[in-house]
Design a protein around this ligand. Structure first.
Ligand SMILES: Nc1ncnc2c1ncn2[C@@H]1O[C@H](COP(=O)(O)OP(=O)(O)O)[C@@H](O)[C@H]1O
Ligand SMILES: [Mg+2]
Length: 219
């Protein structure tokens, strides 16, 4: 049986990743594929427990290295128990965030040297790299406006608008650094990454995502 494809969604807050991950997973299922829709940090019980610590901000005072280590502890569980078994069974995996988020958040915007993220990534991810990464690009001001409007039953279904998480509450300068880094990654790895204009309507973004999928894979 052919190995499944590994697709990751990356980009800043409120870019529409969670919304579009659900749309893409559904669209792929309609073509007859088996699909695992998942997210980071999270995707397994152990990783979801680490997610709570990270997004609550409880690990913030430990600094970007400790946070990066926690993200990779969650990622290791996610890969071992969810992503690799799925791919081996021929299931396609759509992950809302993956390693590029650590590069952007703890690396470029957080100040952790790139070489450290690279070492953690080599140890934990190894050769299980995404076949395709979609970078959702939009001005951070627009993304943060969307997050502020997101109601408690939003795509993540777990937070109210006034209750920003560890990263949503960072300065606009931090979010600009994130955007720059995601675009730098896309430029450095054009064979893996496709940038979509996330400021468009949900329908238009969904169409851009689908066209990137069709271009990359034989569907
Ligand atoms: N293209 C879009 N245009 C306008 N609002 C959007 C769009 N995509 C998503 N949203 C809304 O913006 C908010 C953030 O979307 P979400 O998918 O949670 O983003 P992310 O997961 O990237 O943070 C949600 O309330 C969602 O309904
Ligand atoms: Mg989300």
């Amino acid at each position: 049986m052919a190995r499944g494809k590994f697709i990751t969604f990356e980009g800043g807050e409120g870019a529409g990743k969670s919304t579009q991950a659900a749309t893409l997973a559904e669209r792929l299922r309609r073509t007859g594929l088996s699909v695992l829709q998942t997210r980071e940090p999270g995707g397994t019980p152990r990783a979801e427990a680490i997610r709570e610590v990270l997004l609550s901000g409880k690990a913030k005072r430990f600094g970007p290295l400790a946070e990066a280590v926690l993200f990779y502890a969650a990622r290791e569980s996610h890969l071992e128990l969810a992503i690799r078994p799925a791919l081996e069974q021929g299931t396609w995996v759509v992950s809302d965030r993956f390693s590029d988020s650590t590069r952007a958040y703890q690396g470029a915007a957080g100040g952790l040297p790139r070489s450290i993220v690279d070492v953690l990534d080599a140890a934990v991810v190894g050769s299980t790299r995404p076949d395709l990464t979609i970078i959702f690009d939009l001005p951070p001001e627009l993304g943060l406006q969307r997050v502020a409007r997101r109601n408690p039953q939003g795509a993540d279904g777990e937070r109210s608008a006034s209750d920003l998480d560890r990263f949503e509450s960072m300065t606009i300068a931090f979010h600009r650094d994130l955007r720059d880094e995601f675009l730098t990654i896309a430029k450095a790895e054009p064979q893996r990454c496709v940038v979509v204009d996330a400021s468009l309507s949900m329908q238009m973004v969904a169409d851009e995502v689908w066209s990137a999928i069709r271009k990359r894979f034989d569907l």
